[in-house]
Design a protein around this ligand. Sequence first.
Ligand code: IMP
Ligand code: MG
Length: 179
Amino acid sequence: MDPSLPKITKILLSTEAIQNRVTELAEQINRDYQEVDHLILVGILRGAFIFVADLARQLKVTHSVDFMALASYERNISSGEVRILLDLREPIHDQHVLIVEDILDSGETLNYLYRNLIERKPASIRTCVLVKKQRGAINSQVQVDYLGFEIPNVWVVGYGLDYANYYRTLPYIAEMEIP
Ligand code: IMP
Ligand code: MG
């Protein structure tokens, strides 16, 4: 591993804590969508790929999984400028949609996504976010319907979350010493 990479300082969410919480979220989603024929999970790449995989495998409601990839133009400036790198394969018109996102920081990504998907006139749209930072979503107009954890305003990695594309596949969520 590159020795100049910032180090992990502590584990915030253990593998067991994450697994237990994902199970609880799946149970909640199963209850809420009992009456629904089909649900489309929209996983946000790349960060949410592990969360979607774990969550989806515990869902009883009939579902399909689709993905979008988004990028913020200027991450640190929180300009609200987000662009789509990869769009959904399937139309969501008249479909029930659940957005599955790894982390909510400023909330810009989720705002953009929500506004974009609502224009496609889904039957319903809800959001499921694994972690939200405490300062989280100061700019967010979007409600989080299913939230895993609230964490302090630190940079975290693991369970899909990265630092410069490193640390994504750690089985827990850990705090980093920067940025
Ligand atoms: P937002 O638009 O500011 O809410 O930022 C959300 C996006 O930034 C997330 O989907 C992540 O991809 C990325 N992000 C924000 N905070 C972190 C973090 O602590 N670790 C890894 N990625 C993060
Ligand atoms: Mg993300």
